[in-house]
Design a protein around this ligand. Structure first.
Ligand code: IMP
Ligand code: MG
Length: 183
């Protein structure tokens, strides 16, 4: 192991690469069935969505397109500031489109609640949420994810796209970070 090996900083593996692969395939198949005959627009919320979305899309077998938004999130903290700022918006018209918002993790719900209301104004046909992970115990805003890969406990997790201070996104599994890393 190298001295700066990211695996050293992980307390335990919460979701293995194999479990991720199997569940993401299921979600893709379910979305393909539910949206059969439609042409949804997948909107990924950067940056955390990027690994999940890339894997998910390859299990979606219907006509669809994709775009991305970026929001300011936790910075280097592990708890939310409550403020959401859009740093990259869509540059296409979504009126009448079926939108599938793709997130890495639904925590307080503040981000997705804000984004849903923000996009609703543009009159899409529907907005559906697909999140890799859901931490329902932490919910503050009324958000429900129709597609949720894994329900996770109230622990700070990293990997498979999720970061702590912009690090660990490249872990192939979802792990719980050693608390000494952020304390
Ligand atoms: P929410 O607005 O509180 O639902 O926060 C959602 C965003 O917070 C996610 O898109 C993540 O970027 C970040 N987040 C929440 N929990 C975690 C975690 O355990 N690890 C890494 N990022 C997290
Ligand atoms: Mg983040």
């Amino acid at each position: 192991m190298q001295v700066n090996d990211i695996h050293n900083d992980i307390e335990s593996v919460l979701i293995s690469a194999e479990e991720l692969e199997a569940r993401v395939a299921e979600l893709g198949a379910q979305i393909s069935a539910d949206f059969a005959g439609k042409n949804p627009l997948f909107v990924g919320v950067l940056k955390g969505c990027f690994v999940f979305m890339a894997d998910l899309m390859r299990h979606v077998s219907i006509h669809c397109s994709m775009d991305f938004m970026a929001v300011s999130s936790y910075g280097n903290q592990t708890t939310t500031t409550g403020a959401v700022k859009i740093t990259k918006d869509l540059n296409q018209d979504i009126e009448g489109r079926d939108i599938i918002l793709v997130e890495d993790i639904l925590d307080s719900g503040v981000t997705l609640n804000y984004l849903t209301e923000y996009l609703q104004v543009r009159k899409p046909a529907s907005i559906t949420i697909a999140t890799l992970m859901d931490k329902p115990s932490r919910r503050k805003a009324p958000v429900h994810a129709k597609y949720a890969g894994f329900e996770v406990p109230d622990a700070f997790v990293v990997g498979y796209g999720l970061d702590y201070a912009e690090t660990y996104r490249n872990l192939p599994y979802v792990g719980i970070l050693k608390s000494e890393i952020y304390e």
